[in-house]
Design a protein around this ligand. Structure first.
Ligand code: FAD
Length: 373
């Protein structure tokens, strides 16, 4: 039987961030992922500069061998409505490709890893977790995304939770398609659904195009996504002969003290497994990294005693957290309903778009997180 102090299930941004911090502190960590890297992850790949700050990553070093698209403007509007272009005159966000980004983070964290190995079996015995009948660990960290087996072990009721349901495609454009594409690479386009339950995006990263649609309502998602692609072609955003194969995925947004149970005896959840994505933008990469950093602090402070009481402060920190900006005010269904109602009426206003939609909902310029521990 292989033994480790901490076993991390999942090598996405949450898992690799946590593993890196614990390895640096001298803990014996093993990370398992069902896939081998590089792997595809359905995602738009939009990140804010806070991601680089939180990970102490050098953007220039990263871009030397990978796609890092600078974003300085956004086109926004209601689908089939008037659009507004908001220019910042500086880089306010980036576009990355998840197949590159996640592999880079995983390599950099220097953790002992077993890739291509799904966690299929979890048993609790004498204070240990026995994983896949071959590994035993004191602490089990669920970083396996929305369908993480550790989340299920802690009681997540998959299928009955409120989720963001999304479909996305990312592909390399041919030189001819690149020539026709009228979306500037530094200006991604966001088109909100008329009911404000979600939005579609068209996002160019160098020669790669990323198209997708996410909604807080999984009903008829394929139809909404199909209509979005038709809207893009009809309005010249997409060459009409491009056939887009969309891939679906779901995840939970942050719901304050509600949502999934995130801590158990010898176990905790981070990232999408814990349901921490931003409630209005659906941004999940930064919250996944932030949750991993908070979990690392609490794990190290527990000093080897991983009883639930010693891990509970992580759940409390998550509930009070800034997700690159405060999200507490947005987790009330009534308030977010009002925000959506007003938002749909004001999306053609350039002031509202800049100060509320972009600065507050997407870029969180209203509140900066502190990453020092
Ligand atoms: C269509 C779409 C677009 C999105 N766009 C954005 C965006 O532009 N910006 C943004 O910030 N967020 C975006 N998100 C959200 C973002 O992708 C997630 O919040 C983020 O990936 C969470 O990271 P994570 O490390 O928690 O999980 P993941 O990145 O999902 O990683 C989980 C890992 O666990 C592994 N795993 C799963 N099950 C098992 C198992 N049984 N055993 C072992 N390993 C397992 C998986 O292989 C995977 O590698 C988007 C999401 C979707 C669906």
């Amino acid at each position: 039987m292989e033994t480790c102090e901490v076993l991390v299930v999942g090598g996405g941004p949450a898992g690799s961030t946590l593993a890196g911090k614990l390895v640096q502190a001298g803990l014996d960590v093993l990370l398992l992922d069902s896939q081998t890297f590089p792997r595809q992850k359905p995602c738009a790949g939009w990140i804010t500069p806070e991601v680089f700050e939180a990970l102490a990553l050098d953007a220039e070093e990263y871009r030397r061998e990978r796609v890092l698209q600078d974003i300085s403007s956004f086109r926004t509007g209601l689908m089939n409505g008037k659009t507004v272009v908001t220019r910042y005159g500086r880089t306010v966000s980036y576009g990355i490709r998840r197949c590159e980004f996640d592999e880079y983070l995983l390599q950099r964290c220097r953790v002992r890893q077993s890739l291509g190995e799904p966690v299929t079996m979890l048993e609790r015995k004498d204070g240990w977790w026995i994983v896949n009948r071959r590994i035993r660990t004191r602490l089990l960290v669920g970083a396996g995304g929305h369908f993480c087996p550790v989340a299920r072990q802690l009681g997540a009721t998959l299928g009955r939770e409120e989720v963001v349901a999304a479909q996305v495609a990312e592909f390399a454009m041919s030189p001819e398609e690149e020539r026709i594409c009228n979306t500037p690479a530094d200006t991604p386009a966001l088109f909100f659904c008329r009911d404000m339950k979600g939005y579609g995006w068209l996002f160019r990263k160098g020669r790669y195009l990323n198209i997708g649609l996410g909604r807080m309502d999984a009903h008829n998602l394929a139809r909404h996504a199909g209509e979005f692609c038709t809207f893009l072609s009809r309005n010249g955003y997409l060459a009409s002969d491009i056939s887009v194969r969309l891939q679906g995925h779901a995840y939970r947004v942050f719901q304050g003290r509600g949502g999934r149970r995130r801590v158990g005896d010898g176990a905790l959840l981070i990232g999408d497994a814990a349901g921490v994505a931003h409630p209005l933008s659906g941004e999940g990469i930064l919250p996944a990294i932030e949750s991993a950093l908070m979990a690392a602090d609490v794990i190290l402070a527990a000093n080897g005693d991983y009883r639930r009481d010693n891990l509970e402060s992580y759940a409390a920190r998550l509930a009070n957290r800034c997700c690159g900006g405060s999200v507490k005010d947005l987790t009330s269904p009534v308030l977010s309903g009002i925000v959506r109602f007003i938002g749909a009426r004001l999306l053609s206003s350039s002031r509202f778009t800049r100060h509320i939609v972009l600065d507050r909902w997407f870029l969180h310029t209203n509140a900066k997180a502190d990453y020092s521990s």
